[in-house]
Design a protein. Structure first.
Length: 197
């Protein structure tokens, strides 16, 4: 299995690098770039995962972030010993799909009302994913993640984000809606100034 996964990683990297060499940009419509980090974690290669995420940050600095990729980034930083970075990434990852961490923790997902800008935010996006993506975490890592996820800051961020998305479902295009969208996007990027933090 490890050999097969390493071959898949190498193939994805080669395809992305070839696309960059030929076009000087990477469109990657199939989302290969999002699979590489979690695949490294699947074979317990934290060093490889760190190298991938550093490359990703350089190449896709404005990427909106696929949920499992961000969750893998969180886990990679934690395993690498960068707990401040890991905590920051967890707070970003939890807004990519609000069902992601509750399902990771083995909890029954509670339906969330509100506007969704992408199918990445749907419950089915998480429940239909391969189980290995959820099973990467050890008990110690889950305990660490729960401590942050249920901490005051994370709860405050999630509550505000969900409130905004509920308003966006009803708000018509205009200045108020634009302001809400902007605040929502800032929260997704880890900018919490609107919360007074």
């Amino acid at each position: 299995m490890t050999k097969k996964i390493k071959a898949t990683i190498a193939r994805y990297r080669r395809l992305l690098n070839n696309e960059w060499k030929e076009h000087h940009f990477i469109s990657d419509g199939a989302g290969k770039r999002f699979m590489i980090g979690p695949l490294y974690l699947r074979i317990d290669d934290t060093k490889g995962a760190m190298a991938h995420y550093k490359w990703f940050e350089k190449m896709f600095d404005d990427d909106s972030g696929e949920p499992f990729h961000r969750m893998g980034w969180t886990l990679t930083l934690h395993r690498h010993g960068d707990n401040l970075g890991a905590e920051r990434m967890l707070l970003i990852a939890m807004l990519k799909n609000l069902y992601l961490f509750p399902i990771l923790f083995g909890e029954e997902p509670v339906p969330i009302e509100g506007w969704h800008g992408s199918n990445w935010e749907d419950l089915e996006y998480i429940t239909d994913a391969p189980k290995w993506m959820i099973n990467l975490w050890t008990d110690e890592e889950l305990s660490w993640a729960k401590g942050i996820y249920y901490g005051d800051q994370a709860v405050k961020i999630r509550d505000r984000y969900m409130t905004i998305n509920q308003f966006l479902e009803l708000e018509r295009p205009g200045e108020k809606r634009s302001m809400l969208v902007e605040e929502s996007m800032k929260l997704e990027r880890g900018d919490y100034r609107s919360l007074g933090n």
